[in-house]
Design a protein around this ligand. Structure first.
Ligand code: ZN
Ligand code: ZN
Length: 411
C-alpha cells in the first residue's frame, strides 16, 4: 500500500479557507493557498477536501480566476501550444517554464495576506509543474531540468510559447594532414564575413577549415543551423596534427534531428575532407565536455624541421642546455593581435635531434602546454629567452612543424 495522503485540517486552515470563499478562485488556485499543508494531494484535491469541511465554494461566475487569470483552466491549451511550437524538431526531454505579468504574481501574495494562510505555494512553479505533466501526457516526452533537448517558455501575457532548441554536443579527436587548414572558420578581416572583393565574396580568409570539414556530415544529418567548434588548443594553419589527434567538441546548433549514428558519420567525412582531416574516438558529449576541453592544458610533442648554418654537435650541445629547463616567452608578434602581451614561463620537457643533413635538422620535442615552438627555435627577436638560434649562435628557420601527440588522458 502506498503512503496515504495526509491532510489533517487545523482550525487555522479551515478559517483561512472560509475567508478565501467568494474570491472566484479556480480549484487549483484555491487548493494552492494550502499547497504546503499536508502531502500526497494535488491542489484541486486539497480544494475538494476543504469543500467537504468548510462547505462548498459558491459557484464560479464566468470571470477568469482572480489569481491565475484562467491560466490553470487553460493548461491543455498551453500544452498544445508548447508541442506545436517545437514541431519540426526531434525532442524527447524538455524543460518548461513560464513568464507572468509581475502584477499577477503580486496579487497572489496579497491574497495570502488577506486570507491569512501560511501555506501558500507560488503560482509559477506550480504552473510549470502542471504544464510539464500535461506535455508529458500529450506527447510522451519527459520533463525535467537535466539535459533537455528543448526549453519551452510559456509567455502568458503574450499568449505564445517560445522554444529554445539545445545544441547537440559531439566529441572526438581530429587528425589534420593538410598544411593549409585553419582549425575554425576564419572570417575575412576586411568585411568580417559579409563578403567583399578581397575574399571573392566568400566572407572567409581560407576556403575551408577543420571545423567546416568535420561538421559538414553532422550538420547535414542533424539539419542543424550552425556549429561551434571547441578544440583543446589549436595548431598553426601550416602545422599537421598527427598521432591520436587533437580532442575537440563540436556543437550542432538548433538541430532538427537528434538521433544520429555518430560513428558512421565520423567514418566518412566526404570527398572534401579526404586526405585532409580524419576523426577518431567520436562520441556523444555534453556542455561540461566543452569546459573540460577548454580548460585542459596537456603537454604536447612536436616534430620540427629546422634549417640553419650550424653543425650537429653545436645543436646537440644547445639542446642539452635547455632540456628540463624553463624558457620565458613574450607574446609572439604574430599572435599579438589576439593575445595579451605578457611573458609566459614554459618548460621544455625533452628535445632530441632525430635526423640531420646539410644544414637541416629534425628535432622531436615535448613541451608544456602553450609553448610557442617556432619562436623557441627562431628567437622572435629575443622575445623568447633562451632560444635555440641564440644558443647555437646562428640564424635558424623553421621549415615545417607537426604536432605528434597531445598528451591528455594517458596511462
Ligand atoms: Zn486560478
Ligand atoms: Zn571579405
Amino acid at each position: 500500500m502506498a503512503d496515504l495522503p495526509t491532510f489533517e485540517l487545523s482550525d487555522g486552515v479551515v478559517a483561512a479557507a472560509r475567508r478565501a470563499r467568494g474570491r472566484n478562485l479556480c480549484p487549483e488556485c484555491f487548493g494552492r493557498l494550502f499547497g504546503r499543508w499536508g502531502h500526497g494531494l494535488t491542489n484541486p484535491g486539497r480544494a475538494a477536501r476543504l469543500d467537504a469541511v468548510s462547505g462548498p465554494a459558491p459557484p464560479r461566475g464566468t470571470d477568469p480566476c482572480s489569481i491565475c487569470g484562467g491560466a490553470f483552466d487553460r493548461l491543455e491549451v498551453w500544452a498544445d501550444r508548447s508541442v506545436r511550437a517545437a514541431e519540426g524538431f526531434e525532442w524527447r526531454r524538455f524543460t518548461c517554464g513560464s513568464r507572468w505579468d509581475p502584477e499577477r504574481l503580486a496579487t497572489e501574495e496579497a491574497v495570502w495576506t488577506e486570507v491569512g494562510t501560511e501555506w501558500g505555494e507560488s503560482m509559477r512553479p506550480a504552473f510549470n509543474r502542471e504544464l510539464g505533466k500535461a506535455i508529458e501526457a500529450r506527447c510522451g516526452a519527459s520533463g525535467g531540468t537535466e539535459r533537455p533537448d528543448v526549453v519551452l517558455l510559456a509567455d502568458l501575457p503574450v499568449g505564445r510559447v517560445d522554444v529554445t532548441v539545445m545544441p547537440i554536443y559531439v566529441r572526438g579527436r581530429y587528425r589534420k594532414l593538410d598544411r593549409s587548414l585553419p582549425q575554425t572558420r576564419w572570417p575575412c578581416r576586411r568585411c568580417r564575413g559579409r563578403g567583399c572583393d578581397t575574399c571573392s565574396g566568400t566572407g572567409k580568409t581560407y576556403p575551408t577549415s577543420v571545423e567546416e570539414l568535420v561538421a559538414a556530415p553532422f550538420v547535414r544529418a542533424a539539419r542543424a543551423e550552425g556549429t561551434r567548434f571547441h578544440g583543446m588548443g589549436r595548431e598553426d594553419i601550416d602545422a599537421r596534427m598527427l598521432g591520436r589527434g587533437r580532442p575537440f567538441v563540436l556543437e550542432l546548433l538548433r538541430p532538427r534531428v537528434r538521433s544520429l549514428d555518430l560513428r558512421s558519420l565520423a567514418a566518412d567525412l566526404g570527398a572534401d575532407a579526404a586526405g585532409r582531416v580524419e576523426l577518431r574516438d567520436v562520441a556523444a558529449a555534453t556542455a561540461e565536455d566543452v569546459v573540460a576541453v577548454k580548460e585542459a592544458a596537456p603537454e604536447k610533442s612536436y616534430r620540427v624541421g629546422v634549417a640553419g648554418p650550424v653543425g650537429l654537435a653545436k645543436v646537440n650541445e644547445a639542446l642539452s642546455l635547455v632540456v628540463g629547463r624553463t624558457i620565458d616567452q613574450r607574446t609572439p608578434t604574430r599572435v599579438a593581435h589576439r593575445r595579451s602581451d605578457r611573458v609566459r614561463t614554459r618548460r621544455i620537457v625533452s628535445a632530441t635531434v632525430v635526423d640531420a643533413a646539410d644544414g637541416r635538422f629534425t628535432i622531436d620535442l615535448r613541451t608544456e602546454a602553450g609553448t610557442y615552438i617556432k619562436e623557441w627555435v627562431e628567437g622572435d627577436s629575443g622575445r623568447t629567452d633562451p632560444n635555440l638560434a641564440a644558443l647555437v649562435g646562428a640564424p635558424l628557420r623553421v621549415e615545417y612543424l607537426d604536432v605528434l601527440e597531445i598528451h591528455d588522458q594517458e596511462g
